[in-house]
Ligand binder design. Sequence first.
Ligand code: HEM
Length: 283
Amino acid sequence: MRFRKARATLGQIVLGMMEERRRTGSDPGDLLSLLMNPVDEETGEKMDDAQLRDEAMTIFLAGHETTANALAWTLYLLSQHQVVEQSVRTELAQVLAGHRVQTSDFARLPYLQMVLKEAMRLYPPVWILARRAAKDDVILGHRIDKGAYVFLPTYTLHRHPQFWPRPDTFEPERWATDGKGMHKYKCLPFSVGGRKCIGDHFAMLEATLVLATLLPQVQLALVPGQDIALEPTITLRPKHGTRMTVPAVDAETRELTLAVAAVHCKAVAAGVPSGCPFHAAAN
Ligand code: HEM
């Protein structure tokens, strides 16, 4: 009952937004516009309202909670790893030079992306994948009957000692080669194959931009004494949330960050190979 009510409320919000656009003729070029405007090549028709609402809701639900969890875990990990956090700040200071982050900065923030990938390795927002066998099969000697459900817990895969050195350690540097040379199925935050996430690039862009907006301004610190437990529902949430204090970045941290960024810039300008150890991928 609560689910139906919540679904109806969300549906009404989306329909309301579509009506508003049609009434005012506004087209901000966002995701909703991209869904509302295209015409089917074969039928020459646009999507009807029910289809549009369902598409928008799918993207909203598949994209919102997953990215929110990825961000929550990333901020938690950063609060526990000050060296990594400082390296992120240095990269941001160097790339943004005090400006607001732009979409075009994405490619220039490789370390921040490594941090996100490592956070999703340790805490995959979609922690388990499920498939139903289309026919009888045998996997590694195990019989799989047609119609049986097969589950792949990416949480376990991502921490399996056979595949990962120091599996439980947060080490963004392991992504310095952008995963090249890594088995392509050992880290699957966005799944793989025909049903893989359609929003993977969007999610990486969105999460990078959120962090690059937030971190230069605030210094998140975990409120001590919390029980950070896993809640593996459809997505992997922090069971009791992650309560943090959000003070503005203090002058000392800002100065330190600018000084380290300046040294790094000088090193790169002088042709020192990889002035920053984390930017091997970008150099
Ligand atoms: C960090 C963020 C995200 C993660 C970790 C994530 C993860 C995933 C995973 C693992 C699947 C596949 C499930 C399976 O194989 O059974 C999936 C599917 C999907 N995702 Fe994402 N996702 C994220 C963000 C997004 C965003 C931002 C969007 C939309 C803008 C999106 C839209 C979808 C859709 C529509 C599907 C279903 C695809 C299909 O069945 O054909 N996701 N996502």
